[in-house]
Design a protein around this ligand. Structure first.
Ligand SMILES: [Zn+2]
Length: 435
């Protein structure tokens, strides 16, 4: 069999399927952007003739990480709102956005965010930001699988658009998305949160998503004040707004979901919606400690996210995996509350499933698109290496990621992004913020 690429003789392949399969001394073959064979290195060497070979001896190969909640353009706002809670944070950030974030700023910030994400092993991000088309162009140019769509507020919002203008932009989005190209992603619609979008307006977004088959993501119950604001303005809790408007049955990705009560949890589980758990942001803003073990026990799908760089300061999904594991153990007073394979699956396959892409990405299986990362284990902090899942969650860092493929294309090679000149990108970002 002729293939485009053979990732040869990995020390371990973490398949990230439901059985948490680990293959020692194994290889992956890629053709036309897809995984066409996975198995023992000796077998694949005998079966395939590869255009190109990546020597993966001493490396872990696993699916690219799925960041289920972020705001990539906010890389440009990194560090502008420190030592404040969510509400204080929003005030500071919305002021800075007015200064820096026109479409050109958004595109630049998204490109910077995409490069940071890719270098750290993230291949897919569910992003949310206004000027979504500009953000998409920036992220796709860097090679990221980038899920985004129009953001909605029931008031003019940071981009100043009226509701009718937002709806028009939303109707145009599927066509624009197809025209921009890049790795395949679903159409997405992004009401900011039930406290900023009225229930009737949420219902209009649900109708749009039903028509187009798109997905929805929204901030939900990030902290107690958000719940209180929503109850004061809408007369009900955020999850009830989503139920009432018809959003919840569409299986949205609920960003944060820190403060879901029992009723919220059973509604979210019954609907098949997902929570994007963002412990870096939740801890830093003191929003709360989410019990993801309890949520999973209720039947809620949980994926992992970083949130934006003005609340968690970076896009490091390795850090998020470690925080998620340790926080879940602390909250439950149980060092066995959650396993390393569960955490790794939440950062890969569960995130893919939350996006409706569980058959397309999220594991190293034949037929899936080749979103793969190659992690160097020949470093002191990963030696000796008894268990690769444990190493990935509790000891590896994003700088251990050496190669990154998205849809079979090598996007990071030897820790360098292939499609972007990093030095000029950094200079552009600094200049943009200074001006
Ligand atoms: Zn957010």
């Amino acid at each position: 069999m002729r293939v485009d690429l053979l990732i040869d003789s990995a020390r371990f392949i973490l398949v990230c399927d439901d059985d948490a399969t680990v293959m020692p001394d194994a290889s992956v073959a890629v053709a036309d952007g897809r995984i066409v064979a996975v198995g023992p290195a000796a077998d694949l060497r005998a079966q395939v003739e590869a255009e190109r070979v990546i020597d993966a001896r001493g490396h872990i190969v696993m699916p690219g990480l799925v960041n289920l909640h972020t705001h990539l353009p906010m890389t440009l706002l990194r560090g502008v709102a420190e030592n404040v809670d969510l509400q204080g944070f929003l005030e500071l950030v919305w002021a800075e956005e007015a200064r820096v974030m026109d479409p050109a700023g958004v595109e630049l910030g998204a490109r910077l965010g995409a490069v940071e994400a890719l270098l750290g092993g993230t291949t897919t991000a569910l992003d949310m930001y206004f000027h979504h088309e500009a953000a998409h162009r920036g992220a796709v140019a860097a090679g990221l699988r980038h899920v985004i769509g129009p953001v909605f507020f029931s008031f003019p919002g940071p981009d100043g658009l009226s509701w009718d203008e937002r709806m028009a932009a939303a109707r145009a989005w599927p066509g624009q998305l197809a025209a921009i190209g890049g790795p395949v992603v679903p159409v997405a619609y992004m009401p900011h949160a039930p406290f900023t979008v009225e229930v009737d307006d949420l219902a209009q977004i649900a109708a749009l998503a039903r028509e187009s088959g798109g997905i929805i993501t929204t901030h939900t119950s990030e902290n107690d004040s958000e719940n209180a604001d929503t109850i004061a303005s809408r007369g009900m809790r955020p999850v009830a707004c989503l139920e009432e408007s018809g959003v919840l049955p569409l299986r949205p990705v609920l960003a944060h979901g820190v403060r879901l009560d029992e009723g919220d949890r059973s509604a979210v589980a019954a609907a098949g919606a997902s929570v994007a758990h963002c412990p870096g942001s939740n801890l830093k803003l003191a929003s709360g400690a989410t019990d993801i073990v309890g949520y999973r026990g209720d039947g809620i799908r949980v994926g992992l996210g970083t949130d934006g760089c003005s609340s968690s300061n970076d896009l490091d999904m390795f850090s998020v995996m470690r925080l998620s594991a340790n926080l879940a153990r602390l909250v439950n007073h149980d060092p066995a509350a959650i396993s390393a394979p569960d955490i790794v699956r939440m950062a890969t396959l569960e995130g893919a499933r939350a996006l409706g892409m569980g058959d397309v990405i999220g594991s190293v299986e034949v037929g899936k698109e080749a979103d793969l990362i190659v992690i160097d284990t020949a470093v002191p902090h990963l030696t000796p290496l008894h268990d690769p899942h444990t190493a990935v969650v509790f000891a590896a860092g994003r700088s251990d990621v050496r190669h990154v493929l998205v849809a079979g294309a090598l996007i990071v090679e030897d820790r360098r992004p292939v499609r972007v000149d990093v030095h000029s990108l950094l200079a552009e970002a600094e200049a943009r913020v200074a001006s």
